[in-house]
Structures are given as structure tokens and as C-alpha cells.
Design a protein around this ligand. Sequence first.
Ligand code: CP
Ligand code: NVA
Length: 301
Amino acid sequence: MIQHFLTLLDLSEDQALSLIQRAIELKAKQKAGEPHEYFKTKVMGMIFDKSSTRTRVSFETGMAHFGGTAIFLSPRDTQLGRGEPIEDSARVLSRMVDIVMLRTFDQDNLECFAKYSEVPVINALTDMYHPCQLLADVQTYVEHRGDIKGKTITWIGDGNNMCHSYINAARLFDFHLNIATPTGFEPDSKVLQAAGDRIKLTTDPKQACEGADMVTTDVWASMGQEEEQAQRETAFADFQVNKNLMQLAKKDALFMHCLPAHREEEVSAEVIDGSQSVVWDQAENRLHAQKALIELLLNQK
Ligand code: CP
Ligand code: NVA
């Protein structure tokens, strides 16, 4: 069976830890100007049903570093966007390209694509998960602070795709996760339950931040929820990550945000632009972590 990357849990614990180390190595190689064109002639198909800056540029750049090529496909230009079945698109594309990344709405559509694909498929964000981002986040934590195992990470805000991937990351990398969401915006109960007592769920952001090694948040309205923006601004008003909240975490706690960010909404400018923030390293690491992921998937037997 082909290995896909549809959620973080598609990786074993060993694979996940080696992938982070490999991402750090590939980053060093690139910084040293050492060529690493391991995948000349390999082609990645990149299907985007939603907007992207980081994901698109990091995957395209990663394939270029490997000596390969990436093809950007948007629903405006493909037959998939005009209703060609996902099954048929997967069969056809996967006879031509060597690997596919897909950013879409429904996780079921991604799973359907993977089922009919003859090549590895990567989840580049769905409404349910954003596992590529977590690879970069864990790499960033490890680079700044060492092992993430046993640490306490705090998620403030929406129980969304990023929050679900943090829950899965807590299982895979064995850290504690405090989640603070407003009532009605909790993460999916099945995802939560499967992670057991590593996760503490509260409606009190202050309590969630106490003693944290890292605090992270995300936009209040994700892609596809634009019409709920005003209503969400009210619901999340007490969930801004600002200096007062950061002061409850450990003194050397890191701040992360997957970006794009809205300053003075989910995070104050002072925090995201302050000394505890590592968001630019985190964004850069999308490139390195995904290169390690591409390598793992293309090298499978
Ligand atoms: N964090 C992230 O996935 O960014 P993009 O939406 O710009 O790809
Ligand atoms: N939760 C956000 C993440 C963007 C990278 C969204 O889905 O829009």
C-alpha cells in the first residue's frame, strides 16, 4: 500500500521524529549551498481549492531544490473545478505525476482522492486538519528549545483544523496540550477523546497559559468561514494572545502562529512582533519540513 500523509497519524512515532531531524539536516544543506537534487524528473501536482502563500511557495521551492518540478492547479482552470469526479481526477493525475498535494475543504474529498491515487497524496490543509504546518511547528520548537516530549503547549482560540492537528501532534510527539476555546467552538470530540488525558480543555485562556512552554493561536475565522467573521469577533473577544496572557506562561515560552495573522484580533502586535515570537522561523520551516516529507514519501518502496 502507498503511504499517504492525510493526517499526522499516518506517520509512526519513529518516522515523525526522524522526519524532524531530516528537516533540520536539509535546512543546513540548503544554507550551506550544498546541492541536493535527489528527485530530478519527479513532478508534484499541487491542487488548491483554497488560497495559499506559504504552502504553495514552500512546496514549489522544495521541489525545485530537489531538481524536480511542481504544477499548480486551481479549480478555475481544471476540470475538477468543473465537476469532473475526484476519483477520475485522482486516477488520471496520478498516472502522470509522482506525488500530489491537495488543499481542499472536506477531509472526505482528500481521502477519496488518496483512495484512487497511484502516488502518495499530502494533505496541504482541509477543514479538519493541517498536518504539514505541525511538522514545521515541531521542527521550530526543537530548534529553539530541544525535545518537545513532555512539554506543555497551549492552544488559544478556535477548535479548528490547526487545533485538531495540535491534538494529533500531542499524541505523536508526546506533549501536553492545554486548549482554551469559547463555548461552542471546541475541537471535534472524537479527535479529542482519542488523545486521552494529554489534553486539557477549558474556556479560560488564563488557566490554559499557566506554566506553558509555548503558546499558539490562529485566526478566528478560517477560510470558508468569512461570513462568520463579525459573530466570531464577539465570541473570541477574550481570547486574544497578548502580553497579559503570555506573562502567565513560562518566562522563556515561545509564541507561534501558522499565519496569516490578524494583528490586534487573535494576537496583539506586541506579542507577534515581540521577542518570544518565532513565527518567521516557523514559516520558513514549512519548506524544510515538507522537503523531508516529500523525501520520505517518494523514497518509499
Ligand atoms: N500557514 C499556511 O498554511 O499558510 P498559507 O495559507 O499561506 O499556505
Ligand atoms: N485555520 C486557518 C489556517 C490557515 C493556514 C484556515 O483554515 O484558514
